[in-house]
Write a protein that binds this ligand. Structure first.
Ligand code: HEM
Ligand SMILES: *[C@@H]1O[C@H](CO)[C@@H](O)[C@H](O)[C@H]1NC(C)=O
Ligand SMILES: *[C@@H]1O[C@H](CO)[C@@H](O)[C@H](O)[C@H]1NC(C)=O
Length: 323
């Protein structure tokens, strides 16, 4: 082998090593913290048995983490001076739940493998394990994310989708995170589970516009039902995202609700206001729906947004503060 060739081979090896380092892998902790995934799963199962509503909450926490600075656990950080972290952003304040679950898992994992497992990976695993325990859905979680050191309310207000956004605004936000319109339609199907505060419905029900105090795109019977559940000025009552079933379950009802104008948010209704997106909605809403499989793929993709790997970021010791 000539020296040029050796240099080339060595360079390729270095490149391969760097690339391998920068990629997430389901076996990332196998040598670093052997029993990690079993342990997280066990803790989360116990948690969800105690309170099922924490599963949708953890799913949303992971989504809101990934959309702001990537999946780097920035959503978990308390802002040092108070009042300006992601927790204080409009879409998060008085709304995100499940922080104590992550702290609990982190404490137990630190006791087992100190300084090894990132808060971002713990959040990604907890979201998946909780929804698996909730029932009917799971996805693959490649690991190796590292934790960020910055949290910003301003960035969260810029990057998190608001419930009154139209299709184009939502599309721009999702595309900006490397997700397609299809990913967006599929991921929005998460609104088949979980709760919303009446605060999130006030404008749509009571002060939509001067001409129409109630959003005219809502089915009138459904609007009347929502108004009974969420009286004007009620910011605190929690109501089910999917109003068509007595208990919260994983299914493709979301798409049926969108088509019948019986979803909670303008952003849900928007999913049928674009021809290509509407086709995807129709495809999900059939017997033998591909929804769960497509949701699993989209979640894995979402979990890769802007991840810190290799030597970037840090492994936080405590999820609410940088080291
Ligand atoms: C398309 C843009 C989206 C908008 C505008 C949006 C907006 C909202 C709003 C306003 C709530 C109620 C929050 C409250 O009132 O406290 C909510 C709840 C929820 N969202 Fe979304 N969301 C979107 C996409 C997603 C995605 C992509 C996921 C996950 C993959 C998701 C998962 C959830 C879950 C699980 C809940 C219930 C949380 C709980 O029970 O604590 N959402 N969303
Ligand atoms: C791994 O964790 C699970 C769940 O906590 C536990 O049942 C199992 O005994 C552990 N295995 C080892 C080898 O520590
Ligand atoms: C509900 O929230 C809105 C918007 O923040 C506020 O203007 C209103 O006073 C609140 N209502 C009550 C009863 O707290």
């Amino acid at each position: 082998m000539g020296s040029k060739c050796l240099v080339w081979a060595f360079g390729t090896l270095l490149l391969l090593a760097a690339t391998a380092d920068a990629q997430l892998s389901t076996t990332f902790y196998n040598s670093r913290c052997r029993n990690l995934t079993a342990k997280v799963d066990e803790i989360i199962r116990r948690t969800i048995r105690r309170d099922r509503t924490l599963a949708p909450a953890l799913l949303r926490l992971h989504f809101h983490d990934c959309f702001v600075r990537g999946c780097d656990a920035s959503v978990l950080l308390n802002s040092p001076r108070g009042g300006q972290g992601e927790k204080e952003a409009i879409g998060n304040k008085d709304s995100l739940r499940g922080f104590q679950v992550i702290d609990d898992v982190k404490n137990q994992i630190e006791a087992m493998c100190p300084g090894v497992v990132s808060c971002a990976d713990i959040l990604a695993l907890s979201a998946r394990d909780s929804m698996r325990a909730f029932g009917g859905i799971t996805w693959s979680v490649p690991l190796g994310r590292r934790d960020g050191i910055v949290t910003s309310a301003a960035e969260a207000n810029r990057d998190l989708p608001p419930p009154f956004a139209n299709f184009n605004t939502l599309s721009t936000l999702f595309n900006g995170k490397g997700l397609s319109d299809k990913d967006m339609v599929i991921l929005s199907g998460a609104h088949t589970v979980g709760f919303a505060r009446c605060a999130s419905m006030q404008t749509r029900l009571y002060s939509f516009s001067a001409a129409n105090p109630t959003d005219p795109t809502i089915d009138p019977t459904f609007a009347a039902q929502l108004k009974r559940q969420c009286p004007q000025g009620d910011n605190t009552t929690l109501i089910l995202n999917d109003q068509t079933k007595p208990s919260d379950t994983w299914d493709f009802n979301y798409y049926s609700n969108v088509l019948r104008s019986k979803s909670l948010f303008g952003s849900d209704d928007a999913m049928k206001r674009n021809a290509a997106a509407r086709k995807i909605v129709l495809t999900q809403n059939k017997p033998g729906s591909p929804f769960s499989a497509e949701f699993a793929n989209a979640m894995e993709k979402m979990g890769r947004i802007g991840v810190l790997t290799g030597r970037t970021g840090q492994i936080r010791k405590i999820c609410t503060q940088t080291n």
